[in-house]
Design a protein. Structure first.
Length: 324
């Protein structure tokens, strides 16, 4: 059995340290592990692989792996690997959904509170040594208001639990609108009722997966449904929101503001107007980070590898045609 680990990125935080490949070697002494640190090594090492642990599998690499039976991603999002060859093949694809749901939910709630309590304005005033008390004296209380969650997957459900715990009314959208209502959620809508959720929410948190159906799901028509006093928070994928339309809405003051952890293109270009808009709060795609990320990602893969070797069903199998 041959496993190729190929988790690399220009961003160091998304590159698996070699020590965790060694952890897998010690845990599974009967399995051969190879480790690719870039695309050249991926193409060189993948031909004998039965299993690939990666989030960067390309069509060329996939075509060079005739023995491949299973691919596991250390991230929840797998859109980049759902090219036609993968979708139409018998290769099983699994992901890490749920692994970072608490971290992302905590970050989402931090953005919600920071935006609503106007913390960025206070920080700017601090840098200017300006006592901004008068301007910040009329902030409405968030408790009792409505938080709308676009996508009630593992992350969305965790956000709902946290938000309901601090007194927010929580509504959300999901495909299976007839399934049991998740804990902390007051009302569930189907995807076709997105406009209803947007119009009813004081804060909208985007937590949906990126698929062919959800790409650009929040554009100018949807943003026009939001309250002028509402905030948009995105901790999912940048391509779910039409960034050009969002900039226009923010400039016009048609919504209160946006708190964004993800963007259409990353890193966010220095020329993007989002950097300088006063009603925008930016974090650099860090919602999923946790100090034990690689420990958790390696353990999740190891548990699934043990299942694979024992002939047992794998956890977190992706419905490839659905995209998640």
């Amino acid at each position: 059995m041959h496993v190729l680990v190929a988790i690399y990125s220009p961003t160091e935080a998304w590159t698996i340290p070699p020590s965790f490949v060694d952890v897998l070697r010690r845990r599974f002494p009967g399995v051969t592990f190879s480790h690719a640190g870039d695309e050249r090594e991926l193409l060189e090492l993948i031909p004998p692989a039965d299993i690939v642990f990666s989030s960067v599998l390309t069509p060329a690499a996939f075509a060079a792996a005739p023995r491949l039976r299973w691919v596991h991603s250390p991230a929840a999002g797998v859109g980049g690997m759902l090219f036609p060859g993968m979708r139409e093949s018998d290769v099983v694809l699994t992901n890490a959904r749920g692994m970072s749901s608490v971290a992302v939910a905590e970050h989402a709630m931090a953005l919600v509170f920071s935006a609503w309590r106007r913390i960025p304005e206070a920080v700017r005033a601090q840098r200017a040594t300006y006592w901004m008390q008068a301007e910040l004296s009329r902030i409405p209380v968030l408790r009792g208001r409505t938080l709308g969650i676009v996508g009630l997957g593992a992350i969305g459900r965790e956000i709902a639990r946290m938000a309901s715990g601090v007194g927010l009314r929580v509504i959300g959208t999901r495909k299976a609108s007839d399934a049991p209502v998740p804990a902390g959620v007051d009302e569930v809508f189907g995807p076709e009722q997105l406009d209803t959720l947007l119009a009813a929410s004081d804060v909208v948190v985007v937590a949906a997966p990126l698929t062919r159906e959800t790409r650009g799901m929040i554009g100018a028509p949807q943003l026009a449904k939001m309250k002028k006093t509402a905030w948009l928070v995105n901790v999912a994928r940048g391509k779910l929101v039409d960034q050009t339309a969002l900039v226009a809405v923010l400039r016009a003051g048609a919504i209160a503001g946006a708190a964004l952890d993800v963007f259409e293109h990353e890193p966010l270009q220095a020329t993007s107007p989002l950097w300088k808009l006063p009603n925008v709060l930016i974090t650099p795609h860090i919602a999923g980070f946790r100090d034990d990320y690689w420990e958790a990602a390696t353990e999740m893969f190891a548990e699934n590898l043990a299942r694979f070797l024992a002939g047992e069903p794998l956890a977190n199998v992706v419905a490839k045609h659905a995209g998640y």
